[in-house]
Design a binder for this molecule. Sequence first.
Ligand code: ADP
Ligand code: MG
Length: 454
Amino acid sequence: MDTIDHIDCWGRIRTELRSSIGVDAFNNWIEPLGFLDIVSGMARFSVPTRFIGNWVSRNYADIIIHLFKHEKVEISRLGFEVLQQGKPEQSKPQAAPARQAASAPEPTLVSAPLDSRYTFEQFVVGTPNELAHAAARRVAEGGVVSFNPLFLYGGVGLGKTHLMHAIAHEVRASRPGARVLFLSAEQFMVRFVQALRFKDMHAFKEQLRSVDMLMVDDLQFIAGKNSTQDEFFHTFNALVEQGKQIVISADRSPGEIEGLEERIRSRLQWGLVVDLHPTNYELRLGILHAKAEAQGDIHPNVGLDVQVLEFLAHRISSNVRVLEGALTRLFAFADLVGRDITLDMAQECLADLLRMSDRKVTIDEIQRKVAEHYNLRIADLLSPRRARAVARPRQVAMYLCKSLTSKSLPEIGRKFDGRDHTTVIHAVKRVEGLKQSDSQIADDVELLRRLLEE
Ligand code: ADP
Ligand code: MG
């Protein structure tokens, strides 16, 4: 795809946005954006004011990134350039920054800026991330370097960058003299290429090798970029030999990153490799409570019905960034219109997000999980047998199909070996009744629902 295709793409995304976020929001925030280009996974737009850029990036970045993905264009963030005057030039491709940057390279390797909110204090710990958190803490404490490198991996928005910044904050606070270099793999590559281009390789190497801790975020980015990988490998070895700590993150485990050289892969596996699992309901709720408190400080006049947090923890995907975005949007909206945040308001204000993160549970999945839970085979579940040990789980499965999918009763019946829709109605009623009288059934249903919704 070239820029022209991307412009077409943006046209379709605009149309989609107009219907999903509503005409008013669209006119306020999206209409003023002028698409520029896509550079290194960043879609760049011109904006008339910084405020609009900030607003869009806070409230609509997830949707926009998602819609690009839907168009088969992988981007990971948005960038905004404030136009000094007049209306933005609509969709005019501009030179990429790499081509503009003909100035001399930076004299020293400056660490990427750290986000002051990404501290250990603000990181909520739960089962899915406790190991990663403990390892990060240990590395931040320093002492004998036991996990070298520490390799953190996991899906988007699960807290990898947050934990890395937290380590860097901690080390800088407790050991002010320590030189901590934090870079994304992409920045690493850019600096490397600059050094090559300006024949400054010696200084580049020296600087890299003089740090006490090297942190490289999103390592998957340099997979397949061979000379950058080479340089990374040499730096890595030099630092490990000197007993310096290395911390790396990626979206996959070393074994799963394609295009990574074998020697690097095996080196990475020498240390401690830990993954951040997708969040579960409890962790999401914990995070929402923490973030709601922080939002409450920014918007002291806005009241919040705690039910909303439970609702969001149930309904929004495992990506914490999306969760955070939802909450930010709710508070901003409530503040703007002078209302409190209620369930109704949340459903209305987040309609687009909720639609997108609707987790599509399938009937097959439900049958599989229910059979597993009751130690049956799926064939038993579908069979005509009426023994309670089989009939009850079958009814539970039908009930879950009705409450977790949007399939009609006849469709559900068909998937249970061609049963009639009245059988499904009966099963749903039966389980609803049993949930009140039989706590075992109530627990089973709740557990299965959670397993299926995660
Ligand atoms: P990743 O680098 O894995 O894609 P980030 O570290 O950028 O994810 O996290 C995305 C957002 O979610 C950040 O704003 C981060 O502060 C927040 N976040 C993720 N996990 C947690 C957590 N356990 N507690 C608090 N905030 C979290
Ligand atoms: Mg990250």
